[in-house]
Design a protein around this ligand. Sequence first.
Ligand code: SF4
Ligand code: SF4
Length: 97
Amino acid sequence: MDDVDGFLQSLEDMTPEKREEEVERFKSQCICPICPTYNECAKGKGELLFCIIGESEKCITDKKDCLCPPCPFARRLSFGARYTTYCIRGSEVEHQE
Ligand code: SF4
Ligand code: SF4
């Protein structure tokens, strides 16, 4: 399990190319596409990893369920329990501010 701040700092420390590569890798682990809240608009825009990137750009406004709590990526960073629905409410860091 990684510390969220340490994790974000490690992303910050990467070159833009490496960071982009890592974000794409994390996106592939995001289980949002199997969540009932996820929709065609978000899929079309390739929106994923809302917990890190932040809320959906006007695609997702209606919550049906949230699969973030059991998401392996969230569990690795020890979040998804206290805050959820990142696609509407914003990233983990935004929640904590
Ligand atoms: S916690 Fe939610 S938004 Fe983040 S990767 Fe998992 S399913 Fe996607
Ligand atoms: S952030 Fe949560 S509610 Fe939104 S699509 Fe992903 S799993 Fe579903």
